[in-house]
Design a protein around this ligand. Structure first.
Ligand code: BG6
Length: 477
């Protein structure tokens, strides 16, 4: 099966995991600037003040801020058609509350887009990727306060206008459904409750969390409307962390549990953003949990008028769900589950399931019937560099290859898929653990968790493999 010749092959990143350039170009502090480094064993922590004795990996990240030309040239060498990246809101409005945007920040992204366009690479921009300006957390508890909708829209309008001739594809919020579990309080919603001590296990108030999520839905829907009024050719999408779920057994209760968990984690946000209204099952969940969303009179119309143009998602793994107690637990991107005896896991315990991607693409297209994009898929692994500065990451090639094979089968099944962006073309700071050691890149970056390294870039074996994949439009894998 041949993929469409305009198929968008490329890679995806996020500002807080690649840029560095902390406080350079008048950038303000954002949420991720206050997250310390961690590991699989030690959770990252969130500190209100920057403690000079602690390590905050986003401050340097992989220094894309100063290496973007070199990095984009490498992406071009692989033949990228698209580069997914995010704009750091706090580079444009350092505290979120300034009346005028920060020209240095705007110029930085102008340079990036110009560099991409020079090579015929289409930028795809995430407007919010876990990095709200910090002041908005402190002053308003983020999106819990409706005022932050307006501040987000001020920022979004500024960048839509500025880049209207350079960027066509936009995503309003990264992994918005992270807000459907307690940990999403901070990174998606900007809520850091005074009773919270550990942000990975925060104090969780359902009423607050879902009220703030309602405001995020409104912000997203208004952004879609505003974007279309600035450039009717904009394509603006939602982005969901899709953790594919299987029943552990054929017990009907396992099946019902999967359906319910799917509804609450995987489906809810996409349903609102694609269909423009709250689905029936969430109303029941709200009722049973005493959640009462406070709406203003136009809110339902705003949601209805701000449906997204495409559905994008991250896919790393699948998990099993069971109503039985005592089964072996599996880890996961945001959502854990029960171990699947038929699957192997990555070094960080994420179950590798290429066929689950085909299943997911079919499920999503069946549900939404709008264009889909895979905007994250990849393997975090420890890479070793040999004496010749080569990295033989055949495990990464194997992971990506198997997923692309299943993706092509899904296209053959008849789904409408616009693009595939692997995560991540360059090594980056891991979002969950804050490590460098968990490498995703096709390009190795000389930096480790102890601050060693000179940030030199080295193509891995997977770089040359992916180049061939793109060159042949996915025919040679
Ligand atoms: C997604 C995020 O959750 O998964 C990315 O959108 C993140 O920001 C990616 O990097 C992989 O997760 P991790 O924790 O391995 O970096």
């Amino acid at each position: 099966m041949m993929l469409n010749e305009n198929f968008l092959w490329g890679g995806a990143t996020a500002a807080n995991q690649i840029e560095g350039g902390y406080q350079e170009g008048n950038k303000g502090d954002c949420i991720s600037d206050h997250l310390t480094g961690g590991s699989l064993e030690i959770n990252r922590s969130f500190t209100k003040n920057i403690d000079p004795k602690k390590n905050y990996p986003s401050h340097e990240a992989v220094d894309f801020y100063h290496h973007y030309k070199e990095d984009i040239a490498l992406f071009a060498k692989m033949g990228f058609k698209v580069f997914r990246m995010s704009i750091a809101w706090s580079r444009i409005y350092p505290t979120g509350e300034e009346a005028e945007p920060n020209e240095e920040g705007l110029k930085f992204y102008d340079n990036i887009f110009d560099e991409c366009l020079k090579y015929g690479i289409e930028p795809l921009v995430t407007l919010h990727h876990f990095d709200m300006p910090y002041l908005l957390v402190e002053k308003y508890q983020g999106f819990l306060n409706r005022k932050v909708i307006d501040l987000y829209l001020k920022y979004v309008t500024t960048v839509f206008k500025r880049y209207k001739n350079k960027v066509k594809y936009w995503i309003t919020f990264n992994e918005i459904n992270f807000a459907c579990i307690p940990m999403g309080n901070l990174e998606v919603l900007g809520i850091y409750h005074e009773k919270t001590e550990d942000y990975t296990n925060p104090y969780d108030d359902l009423q607050m969390r879902y009220q703030a999520l309602h405001h995020v839905f409104l912000a997203s829907a208004r952004a879609v409307q505003i974007g279309h009024s600035i450039n009717k050719n904009f394509k603006i999408g939602c982005m969901i962390a899709h953790v594919t779920l299987y029943p552990y057994s054929c017990h009907p209760q396992d099946m019902l549990l999967v359906q319910n968990t799917d509804h609450l984690f995987n489906d809810f946000c996409g349903d609102v953003q694609v269909k423009g209204y709250y689905p029936y099952y969430i109303k029941d969940y709200f009722k049973k949990n005493g959640i009462n969303i406070i709406k203003e009179k136009d809110d339902d119309d705003i949601l209805q008028d701000g449906c997204v143009d495409f559905y994008s998602f991250s896919y790393y793994m699948s998990n099993c769900i069971s109503c039985q107690e005592g089964l072996e637990k599996s880890m996961g991107n945001l959502l854990g589950g029960v171990t699947n005896p038929y699957l192997k896991s990555s070094e960080w315990g994420w179950q590798i399931d290429p066929e689950g991607l085909r299943y997911t693409l079919n499920k999503l297209y069946d549900r939404y019937q709008i264009p889909l994009m895979i905007v994250e898929n990849g393997l975090g692994a420890v890479d070793e560099m040999d004496e010749d500065k080569k990295i033989h990451d055949n495990y990464r090639v194997d992971y990506l290859k198997k997923h692309i094979i299943e993706m092509k089968k899904a296209v053959e099944d008849g789904i409408d898929l616009k693009g595939y962006m692997m995560w991540a073309p360059i090594d980056i700071i891991s979002s969950s653990t804050g490590e460098m050691k968990k490498r995703y890149g096709l390009i190795y970056i000389d930096k480790d968790d102890n601050g060693n390294g000179d940030y030199s870039r080295y193509p891995k074996d997977s770089f040359y493999w992916y180049k061939k994949v793109i060159e042949t439009n996915g025919e040679i894998l």
